[in-house]
Design a protein around this ligand. Structure first.
Ligand code: DX5
Ligand code: ZN
Length: 212
């Protein structure tokens, strides 16, 4: 069983409120992709989007910060309504400090890694982070194909979690949908982030069999 996190990057933004009403019975939280055009080759949402979301939903919101200077934004995203902040290992000089900052402000702290970044770079942060987000596509866009070798990476991360008796959650983001959700749950994934898998899914009701 897993939590389904709906990435609004794939929603019809001209009807965002209606879109969230439509998918609400099948999701547990909202995933907000914040992109800066530097760390990733795309520009997306900033503070106004989280303010907008908070006018009509009280679902948990994960702010996935794909920006080169996440520390500058953590506090404001939490003040505006993020319940979790996900920062990239690749963008943090002082990852422990950033994780502790997020937690001290009352939000969950997740650390994300790109497909080419090893889980071993996380060794020293695993006991501090509330979760690890394994990117299963190169970040930047919705609707990309899941990179199959990420399965082994997730399995190893799950093994380390067991070996060290740690409690961080494992999340995946990119190319996740009805066809691979169960396989991901079977190898230890707790949170499935889905863009196309939620907003462009003609078998949306099937998501309920993966949820807790
Ligand atoms: C990719 C984003 C994802 C994306 C997922 O950079 O971080 O959250 O919206 O979209 P899908 O599920 O369509 O791959
Ligand atoms: Zn994301």
């Amino acid at each position: 069983m897993a939590i389904i996190s709906a990435s609004i990057l794939a929603a019809d933004l001209s009807r965002l409120k209606e879109e969230l009403e439509r998918v609400k019975p099948f999701i547990d939280e909202i995933h907000l992709d914040v992109m800066d055009g530097h760390f990733v080759p795309n520009l997306t949402f900033g503070y106004p989007m989280i303010e907008t979301l908070r006018t009509f939903t009280d679902l948990p919101i994960d702010a996935h910060l794909m920006v080169t200077n996440p520390d500058d934004h953590i506090k404001l995203f939490i003040e505006k309504g993020a319940t979790r902040v996900t920062i990239h290992q690749e963008t943090c000089y002082h990852l422990h400090r950033s994780v502790e900052l997020i937690k001290s402000l009352g939000a969950e702290a997740f650390v994300a890694i790109n497909p080419a970044t090893s889980i071993y770079t996380l060794e020293e942060i695993l006991s501090y982070a509330d979760g690890i987000l394994v990117m299963t596509v190169n970040p930047g866009f919705s609707g990309q194909k899941f990179i199959p070798t990420m399965m082994e990476k997730i399995k190893r991360l799950n093994e380390i979690r067991k070996e060290r008796n740690l409690s961080f959650k494992i999340a995946v983001d990119g190319g996740v949908g009805n066809s691979n959700a169960q396989d991901l749950i079977n190898i230890g994934v707790n949170i499935l982030v889905m863009g196309y898998g939620v907003f462009r899914n003609d078998k949306l009701h099937e998501l309920n069999k993966f949820r807790m």
